[in-house]
Design a protein around this ligand. Structure first.
Ligand SMILES: [Zn+2]
Length: 243
């Protein structure tokens, strides 16, 4: 049942920033979301996802690696994010997005609080791997929500993407083969993509991907000062745009 149309102009995985872009296109096309009342299956999926997230621990070497890369994870483990959801009163809902490529997004309103929306295309996904993937998407959005502002930057995205990556690699270790043969959009353009890019030897593909998706954003912001890689990503975006 549709309950409320919402204009999303904040932070989403596929399009970011105060003026949301259509899949990274410089904020020209805001994204609309129509909320859906979750049914019992969907509530169960979200509950299972939070239960998995609650147990996520970062693998020590992975954490060192992503920090060296220039990403600073906003949480130290999944439990902190679940606590943040409880304490902030953030709501997790499914929504139809005007841009179907958006996996999830976050709407922060000073008065109404924080809402995390999951693409309703995933509402019937409830296999174990789907639950894990959805928990990663929630983790990412919690990272955005934690700072309680609507400002975004390449650096903030990097930080939040590192949450996905760290959780994903934890799950791969905890549940070997759980992501094998999962090739749908949620995986190929989402949860399985960034771990590959972050941990590839050369970082060119990672930088290019983030430049394509988020290059229009400022490299850093007041709460997330840009590291070298964020500046490099901005440079890639600018040279592609202005040459
Ligand atoms: Zn994001």
């Amino acid at each position: 049942m549709r309950i409320l149309p919402v204009l999303i102009n904040l932070k989403t995985p596929a399009l970011r920033g105060k003026s949301a872009g259509n899949d990274g296109e410089k904020g020209a096309h805001p994204v609309y979301a129509t909320l859906e009342t979750p049914d019992s299956t969907q509530i169960s999926t979200i509950t299972r996802a939070l239960s998995e997230l609650d147990k996520v621990e970062f693998l020590p070497n992975d954490l060192i690696y992503v920090k060296n890369l220039g990403a600073n994870p906003p949480f130290n483990n999944g439990h902190e994010a679940v606590e943040w959801i409880k304490n902030s009163g953030a709501k997790i809902l499914y929504a139809d997005f005007s841009n179907p490529k958006v996996h999830a997004c976050l709407n922060y309103d000073k008065d109404k609080g924080t809402m995390i929306f999951i693409n309703s295309n995933y509402k019937d996904k409830c296999s174990h791997s789907d639950v894990l993937a959805i928990s990663e998407a929630i983790f990412h959005e919690c990272g955005h929500g934690k700072d309680q502002d609507s400002e975004n930057s390449i650096q903030e995205e990097l930080n939040c993407l590192s949450l996905n990556v760290l959780a994903h690699r934890f799950y791969e270790k905890k549940y070997p083969k759980v992501f094998d043969n999962q090739n749908s959009f949620l995986y190929s353009e989402g949860v399985s993509l960034y771990p590959k890019l972050f941990f590839s030897f050369y970082k060119n593909a990672l930088k290019q991907r983030i430049a394509d998706k988020y290059g229009y954003l400022q490299s850093g912001d007041s709460k997330h000062p840009a590291t070298k890689i964020a500046d490099e990503i901005k440079d890639i975006y600018q040279s592609a745009t202005f040459v």
